[in-house]
Design a protein around this ligand. Structure first.
Ligand code: ZN
Length: 435
């Protein structure tokens, strides 16, 4: 079902979490899903396909099943829309040593060195004054590389290859975006460029929140196009796979299927729209209105539900193979990776692991396994947060990838499709829970 061009188009359309949600909404609408608003009363019936956006950068979408959730539970997929990077500070421009520069702060945990000497532009959200009064939000991305973080010449930093590059986040990350002095700053070139790109009047532009993004589009690579090189593979590949799996489900269907694409994972998920928020919880409760006591219906539903938390998994790196446990070295294009951790940094249990392996078996798909080396701390994802918040049986899974949190990451050209097929088998609801 999944074409590689479609994946590249999704990645290209998603330079920020808000853009990823807008592109997801566009694709869902095209597939016949109706947008709901949390402020309205909802009337959903079996067969309805819906989505709802919170905070502009998180989205929950689903297809209502014929069987009540209290009878059949939910089949859930979680993923995240945000990507580590650099964000403009509110008072963004300043003049320094004859250059115009942009003040930036770090969002999440990017590999900072990969941001140097890249052609960067700005993308994000504008708040604009509407003609009839009131404020509206619109998305923007500038087309040209308007800024760059230049590295220091090796002649001025002779030890860089031996000692490694050390970057001070305050001093060394502000990009250059022009030449000039304080006077030049007053001209308002940036505001004008943003207004033009968004098709609004510069005078109507009230506020903006912008991220730095690489202008280089996603690409297929390798001698035989084995790889995808792109920004945000962690975790837009999972968002894409979740959307593919959900929109491909036959309708009507027995079990209610829901996907949740959350912002804020890279900064801990503690926001009004993140995985620790009420967002998924309240949407699921609103799917349990058929009986007299929706909260009890929800409790009964969650007790028989399954969540696949999809996020990038570390493929073995040929130049650093000893950073992996010797018997857990996932490979690209070789199947989705089930992630296990004794410290519960992944939510996978023996029952949910067996469950997802059965789904893979049913769909004729390979799976791989990842566990962190015992002498290295383990990363985490939304799986444990959602498992804790909802009390739902969860499995952590993801497409294998290299260079996680680099400005440009790598995955296998078949990996998004393999993950989408596994998530479709899971959402399909044919494999049951261990009782
Ligand atoms: Zn991630």
């Amino acid at each position: 079902m999944t074409s590689i061009d479609d994946l590249l188009a999704f990645l290209a359309a998603s330079p920020t979490a808000a853009h990823a949600v807008a592109e997801s909404a566009r694709r869902l609408t095209e597939a016949g899903f109706k947008q709901l608003d949390e402020r309205d009363a909802w009337k959903l019936k079996a067969g309805d396909a819906f989505f709802v956006v919170r905070g502009g950068s998180s989205l929950v979408a689903g297809v209502v099943g014929k069987k009540a959730p209290a009878k059949n539970g939910f089949r859930l997929v979680g993923a995240h829309t945000d990507v580590p990077g650099l964000r403009l500070k509110p008072r963004d421009r300043y003049a320094h040593e004859g250059y115009l520069q942009l003040g930036v702060e770090v969002y999440g945990g990017p590999i900072l060195a990969t941001w140097l000497d890249r052609d960067l532009t700005l993308a994000g959200r504008l708040i604009v004054r509407e003609k009839g009064g009131g404020l509206a939000e619109t998305l923007v991305r500038l087309a040209t590389p308007i800024c760059r973080i230049p590295s220091l010449a090796i002649h001025l930093n002779r030890q860089v290859n031996d000692d490694g590059l050390k970057l001070d986040k305050q001093k060394h990350l502000p990009p250059i975006c022009g030449l000039g002095d304080q006077e030049r700053l007053e001209v308002g070139v940036l505001r004008q460029a943003l207004a033009e790109a968004a098709g609004v009047e510069a005078d109507d532009l009230v506020e903006y929140r912008l991220d730095l993004v690489d202008v280089q589009p996603p690409a297929l690579g390798g001698l035989e196009n084995e790889f995808v090189f792109a920004r945000g593979i962690d975790n837009l590949v999972s968002c894409f796979a979740a959307l593919e799996a959900l929109t491909a489900l036959p309708r009507p269907r027995e079990t209610t299927a829901v996907i949740a694409l959350f912002d804020s994972e890279e900064v801990g998920s503690d926001t009004a729209r993140g995985a620790s928020s009420t967002f998924l919880d309240v949407v699921l409760e609103r799917l349990c209105q058929a009986g007299k006591n929706p909260r009890e219906e929800l409790t009964r539903a969650l007790a028989q539900s399954l969540l696949a938390s999809a996020d990038g998994a570390h493929a073995v790196h040929p130049n650093y193979a000893d950073q992996h446990d010797p018997r857990h070295k996932p490979r690209l294009n070789s199947g989705p990776v089930i992630k296990v951790n004794a410290g519960e940094r992944y939510a996978t249990t023996v029952a949910t692991q067996a469950y997802l392996q059965e789904c893979a078996e049913l769909a004729g798909l390979p799976v791989q396994h990842f566990v962190q080396r015992s002498d290295l701390p383990c990363g985490t994802t939304i799986g444990p947060l959602s498992a804790t918040r909802l009390g739902v049986a969860t499995v952590d899974v993801g497409a294998p990838m290299l260079s996680m949190h680099s400005i440009r990451e790598t995955t296998g050209a078949a990996d998004a499709r393999l993950l989408a097929e596994l998530l479709a088998a899971h959402l399909g609801g044919e494999v049951g829970l261990v009782r």
